[in-house]
Design a protein. Structure first.
Length: 583
């Protein structure tokens, strides 16, 4: 018997017998479904309906949700409310109202209607809008009105969404969508954008949208098996089927269940492309899935012993750090019994969506002061692309899992180093004789070329340094400030030949306010030239811009500024000691 099953069952029973305690406010999810006439072409089989049925079935009980359709106007399909059996039944009954007869595509009015009852910051409960559309902003035959509506979405409406703490997630169902608009809405609110090349992909895409907003607690599927423990009162199995495929499920006692042969405690619903199987009071033990294996298959569970996690950014740059936190819950409240938590293990699994063979397993360590499992992963360990993130807590007798998606992109901030040896026969490499008369000319230069993507990074926020370490440990620092043009060229004199190591730390803000810290690996450069007979005195380090540093602190970038400032202070202290020793 496992150590957990022997030692932790009394603790586990004590946890489950405790009275339910108040828990964090649930997620609030609003779905907006395009019913304009172009859907007749892009969704001729009206596969939006089974996709919505999937979301309706997997939304966690206790969450809040609402559904609207929109075209020239906006109509309530399911009024915002707490997700329970009654809400699900009403929503299912109203899904037949999803059509493709609308004349226009008024996204502005739809966003306004879905968020009308939200006011002020969200508090503990997160707010999400999931927008499905196949077209452009189209509010009238007059193009100027379309342009004005689009402008309002990207200005005052987007500002309001951010003030309300809303994450906008978008599903693009054709090549004719306004990609720039959807990217702005999702990126600037921290949401997720995904394209469905055909309506047949809608079910998968809506599953991903649900997991970005109100992810259900699941148990992992390993191969074609999954384990159900005694704390699970119900599970819902989502199985994606190939055309003509059949799903069968084998219970722990060997009974085979199918769409045509199952007991009264089983609800089996076959939809185009997937099966949804719900079993009440399932037998504990190993269940076997006899059917197509698919990375999007899920087993969502209803249980008092759950899992929760800190928000995960939808997008990372390759220089960012991914910070993960997960914890076990009892009746929705975090478990605070450290003696119990020490018997658990946790890990994060990141799998490249386009290549499941590329996978990173990262253990999560228990922080006993906060009763959370945590880890930090440098994003430069990842190839660019979309990743499936699984957060898993393993109690040996039970497992709980949450799924997320994130996108890793190349950093929008780059540095290029160049070792330049100057020609002593030439008065100046650029032909400026006056410059040569004004100051001694070094035999070589370190040239630093900085570039950034203006549509992603705010140039005025850039701040940092380049460090050059040469023979004998001599160091120089070059302050990097906001560039006046792009690409920006910086130069640092080199007076002695030899091997030099160059490194850098840069901080900036993205256009939507998040922080970027760029710390590329050190590089080694060779400077080959004849050393001068008399070494000119090294120029004093440039004055550090403490005003810029203070602005970073006041602007909310305390950690970034502290990291940069500490390094600069250590360098200055070392330089002072060296000067005192030489005096």
């Amino acid at each position: 018997m496992s150590r957990l099953s022997v030692r932790s069952w009394p603790l586990l029973l004590c946890l489950l017998l405790l009275p339910a305690t108040p828990f964090a406010a649930p997620e609030d999810v609003r779905l907006l479904i395009d019913v304009s006439g172009s859907m007749r072409q892009n969704d001729p089989k009206n596969l939006r309906v089974p996709a919505l049925r999937l979301v309706n079935s997997l939304l966690p009980a206790g969450a809040r949700a609402g559904v609207w359709t929109f075209a020239e106007g906006t109509e309530v399909l399911a009024a915002p409310g707490v997700v329970d059996d009654d809400w699900r039944r009403r929503t299912t009954a109203n899904l037949r109202q999803v059509h493709s007869r609308g004349l226009f595509t008024d996204i502005e009015a739809a966003l306004k209607a879905a968020t009308a009852d939200w006011d002020g910051p969200p508090g503990e409960g997160a707010r999400h809008v999931i927008l499905l559309t196949d077209g452009l902003v189209d509010v009238a035959k007059d193009d100027t009105r379309d342009v004005a509506s689009r402008r309002r979405i990207l200005s005052e409406q987007l500002d309001r969404l951010r003030e309300l703490g809303v994450k906008v997630h978008a599903v693009a169902l054709s090549d004719n969508v306004d990609t720039e608009l959807l990217e702005a809405l999702t990126e600037r609110t921290g949401g997720w954008l995904e394209s469905a090349s055909s309506a047949e992909q809608l079910q998968r895409v809506f599953l991903h949208m649900l997991e970005q907003s109100a992810a259900p607690t699941t148990v992992p599927i390993e191969g074609n098996h999954f384990e159900i423990d005694a704390q699970v009162s119900e599970f819902t199995l989502l199985v994606f089927r190939a055309p003509g495929g059949e799903t069968r499920l084998v219970s722990p006692d060997g009974q085979t269940l199918s769409a045509t042969a199952h007991g009264p405690m089983v609800q089996w619903r076959g939809e185009p492309g997937y099966d949804l199987v719900t079993i009440e009071r399932p037998a504990p033990g190993r269940w076997t899935l006899d059917g197509g294996l698919d990375p999007d298959n899920r087993v969502a569970v209803v249980t008092d012993l759950g899992i929760d996690a800190a928000p995960v950014p939808a997008a990372l740059h390759s220089g960012d750090t991914l910070r993960l936190e997960a914890w076990i819950t009892d009746h929705g409240a975090p478990v605070a019994r450290t003696d119990f938590l020490k018997l658990l293990s946790a890990k994060a699994i990141l799998t490249l969506a386009d290549d499941p063979t590329r996978r990173i397993d990262q253990p999560l360590a228990l922080d006993p002061a906060r009763n959370r499992f945590t880890a930090e992963i440098k994003a430069n360990a990842f190839a660019a692309g979309v990743y499936d993130l699984s957060l898993l807590i393993d109690g040996e007798t039970f497992k709980r899992q949450l799924q997320r998606r994130l996108r890793v992109t190349p950093t929008p901030l780059t540095l290029d180093y160049q070792a330049r040896v100057l020609d002593p026969a030439s008065p100046s490499e650029n032909g400026d004789a006056a410059a040569e008369d004004a100051a001694p000319r070094p035999p070589a230069l370190l040239r630093v070329v900085l570039n950034l993507e203006r549509d992603q990074v705010a140039p005025e926020s850039l701040f940092g340094y380049v460090r050059l370490e040469g023979p004998g440990g001599a160091q120089s620092l070059l302050e990097i400030a906001a560039p006046t043009s792009l690409p920006m060229l910086y130069e640092l004199p080199v007076t002695q030949p030899g091997s030099y190591r160059v490194g850098a730390r840069l901080a900036a803000r993205t256009v939507n306010g998040s922080s970027i810290l760029l710390e590329p690996p050190d590089e080694t450069l060779e400077f080959a030239f004849t050393a001068p007979v008399e070494e000119p005195p090294a120029p004093p380090p440039g004055a550090f811009s403490w005003l810029v540093f203070a602005l970073y602190v006041l602007g909310g970038n305390l950690l970034l500024a502290a990291a940069l400032g500490l390094t600069w202070w250590l360098f200055k202290r070392a330089a002072a000691k060296q000067a005192a020793a030489e005096a």
